[in-house]
Design a protein around this ligand. Structure first.
Ligand code: IPE
Ligand code: IPE
Ligand code: MG
Ligand code: MG
Ligand code: MG
Length: 302
């Protein structure tokens, strides 16, 4: 069966999330104007928008209205954009380039960068609550807020970042490395898939399969990030290449070598597709998109 092309769908959804973020973020002339300008600098017009794409595709499996998916897409992208701003701070990875531009602390100063992250995190939860106005029932929304909080917090992304900082300069055993990657990156990718699906009251029979899918692509995403840090250049990545080795970071490449890390990414890719096969979508088009997004995540060059 020939599949519909991914590129036009990606472009349309990227434009959709851009518009929704523009509406959600306070305008750059609203006081405190310097903070709002910096929040927009961090969140607008950049990045692959993978997390929003996952939310849209998972929602499309259950015919969730676009307006509700916009609130999930913005929520996960705001958490992600905030995590990047803090990840780049001098006290964390100390990076100067992000999404092809100077990092937020380089452009606006460290104090502002910290506040940009704080502001974006709060805005993520505000966005999710707007799902109610977009037709999502309160009994669907409460577990969604809970899920985003777990994914973002000390049991999820922030916890993974803490493990990453503690592991810097040390070799981690494989189970510990996997746990770190699942938390710092996998948790938010999983939440992106699940939030899109959880908007619908009809998605519950597919939750276990979607969790398995999301767990596999969440880990694969960071394995590929570790590989790209070694094999790609800064211009292609829009961020400084080669930083992991320079900073002695615990990564899949440092643990397994490039070839084995590539094999692992391929295995996870296959696991993701196998998991998708046991979902029960109302609309199979969303299922096809999720499969294509798994391919995109594993085959990406940036
Ligand atoms: C980079 O994420 C940080 C990680 C979690 C590995 P992305 O590769 O999704 O970054 P953008 O959003 O495209 O800039
Ligand atoms: C960061 O991982 C994961 C986050 C939670 C932001 P990395 O430190 O490897 O991300 P990059 O390579 O700087 O984008
Ligand atoms: Mg980091
Ligand atoms: Mg980093
Ligand atoms: Mg990296």
């Amino acid at each position: 069966m020939t599949q519909p092309a991914l590129a036009p769908w990606l472009l349309a959804r990227q434009q959709q999330v851009e518009k929704a973020l523009d509406k959600l973020l306070p305008k750059a002339n609203v006081e405190p104007a310097a903070l709002h300008e910096a929040m927009r600098y961090a969140a607008m017009d950049g990045g692959k928008r993978i997390r929003p794409m996952l939310a849209y595709a998972a929602g499309e499996m259950f015919d969730v209205p676009a307006g509700a998916l916009d609130t999930c897409a913005c929520a996960v992208e705001c958490i992600h954009a905030y995590s990047l701003v803090h990840d780049d701070l001098p006290c964390m990875d100390n990076d100067v380039l992000r999404r092809g531009k100077p990092t937020v602390h380089v452009a606006y100063g460290e104090a502002q960068a910290m506040l940009v992250g704080d502001g974006l995190q709060a805005l993520a939860f505000k966005s999710l609550t707007q799902a109610l106005e977009a037709g999502v029932a309160a009994q669907q929304l409460v577990p969604m807020v809970n899920r985003l909080a777990d994914a973002a917090g000390s049991l999820g992304m922030v916890g993974g970042q803490a493990l990453d900082i503690a592991a810097t300069g040390h070799a981690l055993p494989r189970p510990a490395l996997e746990q770190m990657h699942q938390k710092k990156t996998g948790a938010l990718l999983s939440a992106s898939v699940m939030l899109g699906a959880m908007c619908s009251p009809h998605s519950a029979p597919s939750h276990a399969a979607l969790e398995a899918f999301a767990g596999a692509i969440g880990l694969a995403f960071q394995v590929v990030d570790d590989i790209l840090d070694v094999v790609a250049d800064s211009a292609t990545l829009g961020k400084t290449a080669g930083k992991d080795a320079e900073h002695n970071k615990a990564t899949y490449v440092s643990l397994l070598g490039l070839d084995e890390a590539r094999r692992l990414a391929q295995q996870l890719h296959e696991q993701a597709h196998a998991a998708l096969a046991s979902t029960q979508p109302g609309n199979p088009a969303g299922l096809v998109r999720l499969g294509q997004l798994a391919d995109f995540i594993c085959d990406r060059r940036s």
